[in-house]
Design a protein around this ligand. Structure first.
Ligand code: UDP
Ligand code: MN
Length: 412
């Protein structure tokens, strides 16, 4: 609860530690008035004034004229019979005084607005006036869906000018952390191809740091990375079950964002290791909250999606928008932190109830993106399974699935 100035009303700020879109949060939800001792003549009515600044705040802080203040006196002077001689001079002085007060108040208004935002510290970078996604050509790929119902772009080859995106992100000093896990036998099987191919295709021209999480740090191969790019190896313990290795990535990613990434990177992208870059995977993929359409389901209808249909799981979904693939997700560090925290929490709640979601972290990810719509979707060009027969929609293979070999690679 925050008490603002002399206002008779309490303003409740519902502090939501999990919400990261703080401006949005403040505007839409934060301020609610609890009327208290409303004057009988003018009861407060919800909806009659802005949600952001309830009437009392507007009056007290924005100093809007209310009954009985200077305006009426000015009217009296105007309507009287004394607008003559020196009284005209007095009138002019009054007008000047009123104008002075108004101008002082308008300065106070700006100050007050900022002060009301202060309790929630903003970590947002300066707003960019040109949104590079506005340059996307949504008509470039008539055979596929290029925009969601909530108007998020779905990125396909032909929709974007790579130079425009790269230039914009270089100008904005965009920095990217890529997280990838290679635990147990997955290290030897996949990490070298993953990293060397990423160096040829992933966000070229931007500062990128690869965060490799493994239980075998000494066995990570030496990869030469381009200037402005680096490789960090972080040791993690190995969970016994492969399902837990996969799911507990959410916890580790949350921890590393908190400890390190948030201080150095604007964007965080999380990848499965069992894949290989084959073509440009560039800055057009960057966005506030980015999800990937699963190659096997992008043409399917909702009933075919393999959501978790178990009502006992936190990942339960009756309906949804798309089937997203957990092999890639990303966004600003704030949004990724929010995502991994939410998924990890739900995974742990399931564990407490002795439940495991059908597709583990992917089921929780789908639930998350159903509730928190991603701001950008990547088409299956960004993660393609070459065993799929119909490749007609895939104009560029940017990343492809590596052979799986579950039997020999996974811990049982
Ligand atoms: N993983 C790992 N070691 C394991 C199992 C999984 O490092 O023993 C990591 C690895 O990054 C892998 C990801 O967890 O890409 C997800 O597992 P997997 O790729 O087997 O899942 P799938 O692609 O079949 O959904
Ligand atoms: Mn995988």
């Amino acid at each position: 609860m925050w008490r603002i100035g002399h206002c008779r009303h309490w303003i409740s700020l519902h502090t939501c530690t999990t919400s990261l879109n703080r401006d949005h949060f403040l505007i839409r939800n934060a301020i609610e008035e609890e009327p208290e001792n409303q004057p009988a003549t003018k009861p407060y009515q919800k909806g009659t004034t802005s949600r952001r600044f309830p009437a009392c705040v507007e009056r007290r802080y924005l100093q809007l004229p209310s009954e009985g203040c200077g305006c009426r006196s000015v009217k009296a002077i105007c309507s009287g019979h004394i607008l003559r001689g020196r009284n005209i001079w007095i009138f002019c002085c009054l007008v000047l005084l009123v104008l002075g007060v108004i101008s002082l108040n308008s300065r106070y208004l700006t100050d007050t607005v900022q002060r009301m935002d202060l309790p929630v510290a903003s970590t947002e970078p300066p707003r960019h006036f040109v949104n590079v996604d506005d340059t996307l050509n949504f008509g470039a790929r008539p055979a596929v869906q290029t925009r969601t119902s909530w108007r998020a772009p779905i990125i396909w080859e032909g929709m974007f000018d790579p130079k425009v995106f790269d230039q914009k992100h270089i100008q904005e000093n965009s920095t990217v952390a890529l997280t990838v896990f290679a635990v147990g036998r997955y290290l030897d099987a996949y990490i070298k191809t993953f990293l060397t191919s990423a160096e040829q295709h992933f966000m070229l021209g931007l500062p990128v740091t690869y965060y490799v999480f493994t239980d075998l740090p000494d066995k990570v191969p030496n990869i030469t990375v381009a200037p402005q790019r680096s490789l960090r190896v972080m040791q993690v313990s190995k969970h016994n079950r492969w399902q837990d290795i996969s799911m507990m990535r959410m916890k580790t990613i949350s921890e590393v964002i908190e400890l390190e990434l948030r201080h150095h990177f604007r964007y965080v992208f999380c990848f499965d290791v069992d894949q290989e870059f084959k073509g440009r995977f560039g800055s057009e993929a960057l966005g506030d909250s980015v999800a990937l359409l699963h190659a096997h389901y992008y043409k399917a209808e909702e009933p075919a999606f393999t959501y978790d249909r178990n009502v006992k799981s936190k990942a339960f979904m009756k309906t949804g928008d798309y089937y997203y693939h957990a092999a890639i997700f990303g966004g600003t560090w704030e949004n990724v932190k929010h995502l991994v925290d939410a998924c990890y929490l739900n995974i742990m709640v399931d564990k407490m109830h002795d439940v495991e979601a059908l597709w583990h972290d992917e089921s929780h990810l789908n639930k998350y993106f159903w509730i928190h719509k991603p701001s950008k979707l990547l088409s299956p060009e960004y993660c393609w399974d070459e065993s799929i027969g119909d490749k007609s929609d895939i104009h560029v293979f940017r990343l492809v699935w590596a052979p799986k070999h579950y039997d020999t690679l996974r811990t049982k």
